[in-house]
Write a protein that binds this ligand. Structure first.
Ligand code: KG4
Ligand code: ZN
Length: 343
């Protein structure tokens, strides 16, 4: 089955072609970072308008890359939520119309399901069941994944998402938007023993996260010091260590609670080198296989949407002709594949 995937939930416009026999044949992405940088964050209306400009040329480019004609596609899948409603609507309307025009099915996909399944695109994909740590700009959660669509949420963030904490800390340090990757780079030259930042929620049982106390500690440290390059690097390093240690400890607890032998890490913060190294160490100590998507599939992309959609379609899922876009859509509401209506 050959599937065109479309992702427009936030500030990345992306299109991919996935073939269930041959794997990923194309992936194209246009990042709007430059467009939003001047505002220090994503401006939803500008994001939607830019998707209107970029999506059709990206579809053409993805088809060319896959050396495929439109009429060789069997289905179209698109991110139906959660995300920015205007941005989602662009992808959903284009996907649904494209499929209608060609007389093929279209299927709306949950963005976080895409992230959870992104490691399946790698040469050594994880096997079900597994524990998944999803750390993105909008979400932080631990889930027990039994099979496609069977996701039990073990813990989630009570306030900021991990990526949001990276971005806000980067802003305090004057690193621009989105600051996660810049902060991670700066952390490499910092000293990890200068600040003792709180490691959120480690003193409490359970698998929930909270990053607001850590954020306050960073703001205070930045305010009370001369913010020169060395201090910025030290704050970045100690902040990153606190986040990574917290995430690693919660992953260890989740593995204990479920006796799982595979840990999957996904979402934008999954691209963080320090986190990847730390969790690989944890896996080695416990004999647990740790799986990541390649860094470009940690952050938003359409390959994960094409893959997730293809798996659901192969299991018989169908949808009607509705254009589906849902800004708020808890992943716990997601159902396993079914041939009934989508929601
Ligand atoms: O998954 P994603 O592309 O978008 C959402 O669905 O939210 O994640 C983006 C987030 C941003 O907060 C960004 O700063 C963060 O992932 N991020 C990183 C790194 N690369 C991206 N955070 C820490 N270290 C990185 N290397
Ligand atoms: Zn995402």
């Amino acid at each position: 089955m050959r599937v065109l995937g479309i992702e427009t939930s936030c500030d990345e416009c992306a299109v991919a072609v996935y073939d269930s026999d041959r794997g990923l044949l194309a992936h194209q992405l246009y990042s709007q970072i430059m467009l939003h940088a001047a505002y220090g964050g994503v401006v939803p209306e500008l994001a939607a308008r830019d998707h209107v400009r970029k999506l059709l040329p990206l579809i053409t480019a993805a088809l060319q890359e896959s050396q495929m004609e439109k009429d060789q596609l069997d289905a179209v899948t698109y991110t139906a939520g959660p995300g920015l409603i205007g941005a989602l609507l662009v992808g959903a309307a284009v996907a649904r119309s494209f499929a209608f025009a060609r007389g093929i099915p279209a299927l709306g996909i949950h963005h976080l399901e895409g992230h959870l399944l992104a490691p399946m695109l790698e040469p050594e994909p994880p096997k079900y069941p597994f524990i998944a740590l999803l750390v993105s700009g909008g979400h932080t959660l631990l889930a027990s994944v039994r099979s496609l669509g069977h996701y039990e949420i073990l813990g989630s963030t009570l306030d900021d998402a991990a990526g949001e904490a990276f971005d806000k800390t980067a802003k305090v340090l004057g690193l621009g938007y989105p600051g996660g990757p810049a902060l991670a780079k700066l952390a490499e030259v910092g000293h990890s023993d200068r600040y003792k930042f709180p490691k959120p929620m480690l003193d409490r049982p359970g698998l929930d996260f909270s990053f607001s106390g850590l954020k306050t500690a960073v703001v205070l440290a930045a305010r009370n010091a001369e913010l020169n390059d060395a201090t910025k690097a030290d704050i970045a390093c100690c902040f990153q260590d606190a986040v990574v240690e917290t995430l690693a400890t919660k992953c260890a607890r989740a593995l204990n609670s479920c006796a799982a032998t595979t840990l999957v890490v996904a979402g934008g913060v999954g691209a963080n080198r320090r986190l990847r190294t730390r969790l690989l160490e944890l896996g080695k100590q416990r004999g647990v296989q740790v799986c990541y998507p390649r860094p470009e599939f940690c952050t938003d992309n359409a390959a994960m949407i094409a893959y997730a959609g293809c798996q659901r379609l192969l299991l018989g899922e169908k949808d009607d002709l509705a254009i589906r876009a849902t800004a708020r859509w808890p992943i716990s509401n997601l159902q396993p594949p079914s041939s009934d209506k989508f929601e």
